[in-house]
Design a protein around this ligand. Structure first.
Ligand code: SAH
Ligand code: SF4
Length: 361
């Protein structure tokens, strides 16, 4: 089988080229062709000797995931559904804003962590994405949008907030992050690449050592009792441990704060008492809050908090001195909002039956 060069970061590619008897600078050239020029054919790489191209054609390939569908919302949000085999698809979303363009990418087909308010989590888990399938999302978006007339990249930020738990697919995510940050890859700054985690404590410690990028933590609750019910992973890594891991992460993080994401679920975690409890919980962790109005999906069993409750919650945090943003819902007409990324997941666990059973009950 041919080796897919899209699975390598620069170190891996250099190693691969040295095994082929090629010089390290060839790896840099090929890296730039693949990721900066969007090449998927060695014959496009005109500054490689014909003999090397022939050798590469025989032994290697650049295999990007196939595009199943792309959509554009009236507000400029774009969404791509990529084929990751055997009927499965994952989604990538681009959100344009005045000062930046953010690409939200997926890390797994489905998710095994079963957060109760998340449509991806409810669909079950199929498998991890390969590094090429993760970076392939950026490859496609970059190819579709290219650079601005001023030759600036349209995609200035990447957030790993699509389908899946990035830290549960650690090695492939780290390889993809390495390509995003590499000057021969996408050249993004560490501060502009964010991993979002539901709180996998040991992997947060590892990420800090090998690839410290900006970190968002899906907190969603101010005490263990509530968090245990909506983010089941909390039973394994409760809030005290999670807060300590955040503090440790900040020692090496490219930004001097953690972003806490907090989905606003009516009557569950959105009361004034929760906001006060939250202030106490995070007192030793420099942080910002991103409140996410819950995005409903069929049979979720949850309601979005009222605008009034979101405002009160936000005011309490702000009065305590925190920077708080409320996430705007974008791409409504193409179901591109947080937690609505459904893709196409063939569940390999018995999750779906379990949920269907609950709904019937
Ligand atoms: N697995 C990672 C990243 C993917 S989810 C994580 O959990 O952090 C990205 C964000 O969207 C997380 O904060 C997640 O909790 C939130 N989210 C999931 N479902 C949602 C929904 N239905 N409405 C609003 N936000 C949701
Ligand atoms: Fe997985 Fe994140 Fe959804 Fe939880 S919120 S089920 S960790 S994708």
């Amino acid at each position: 089988m041919k080796t897919n060069l899209l699975n390598f970061d620069l170190n891996g590619l250099t190693e691969h080229f040295s095994q082929m008897g090629e010089k390290p600078f060839r790896a840099k050239q090929v890296m730039r062709w693949m990721h900066q020029s969007g090449a998927s054919d060695f014959d496009e790489m005109t500054d490689l000797a014909k003999s090397l191209r022939t050798k590469l054609n025989a032994e290697a390939c650049i295999q990007v995931p196939e595009l199943m569908m792309s959509q554009e919302s009236s507000d400029g949000t774009r969404k791509w559904l990529l084929d990751v085999g055997t009927g499965n698809g994952v989604e990538t979303v681009f959100i344009p804003e005045a000062e930046r363009g953010t690409l939200c990418i997926s890390s797994q087909v489905g998710c095994a962590l079963e957060c109760t308010f998340c449509s991806t989590g409810r669909q079950g888990f199929n498998r991890n994405l390969t590094a090429s399938e993760i970076i392939g999302q950026l490859w496609w978006a970059n190819k579709a949008m290219g650079v601005t007339p001023k030759n600036e990249r349209v995609i200035s930020n990447v957030v790993m907030m699509g389908m899946g738990e990035p830290l549960a697919n650690f090695d492939n995510v780290v390889t993809a992050l390495s390509i995003m940050l590499d000057d021969h890859g996408y050249g993004l700054s560490r501060r502009r690449v964010t991993v979002s985690t539901s709180g996998m404590v040991p992997q947060m410690d590892r990420l800090k050592e090998v690839m410290p990028v900006a970190l968002a933590v899906s907190l969603h609750a101010s005490n263990d009792a509530v968090r245990d019910t909506i983010v089941p992973l909390n039973k394994k890594y409760p809030l005290k441990e999670l807060m300590a891991a955040c503090q440790r992460y900040l020692v090496k993080a490219p930004r001097d704060f953690i972003t806490f994401e907090y989905v606003m679920l009516d009557g569950v975690n959105d009361l004034a008492k929760h906001a006060y409890e939250l202030i106490d919980l995070v007192k030793d962790v420099p942080c910002k809050f991103n409140l996410i109005p819950f995005n409903p999906f069929p049979n979720s069993g949850y309601e979005r908090s009222s605008n009034e409750n979101i405002r009160i919650f936000k005011d309490i945090l702000q009065q305590a001195g925190f920077v708080v943003t409320v996430r705007k819902t974008r791409g409504d007409d193409i179901d591109a909002a947080c937690g609505q990324l459904a893709g196409q997941v063939q569940d390999k666990t018995r999750r779906q039956q379990k949920w269907q059973q609950l709904i019937v009950d």
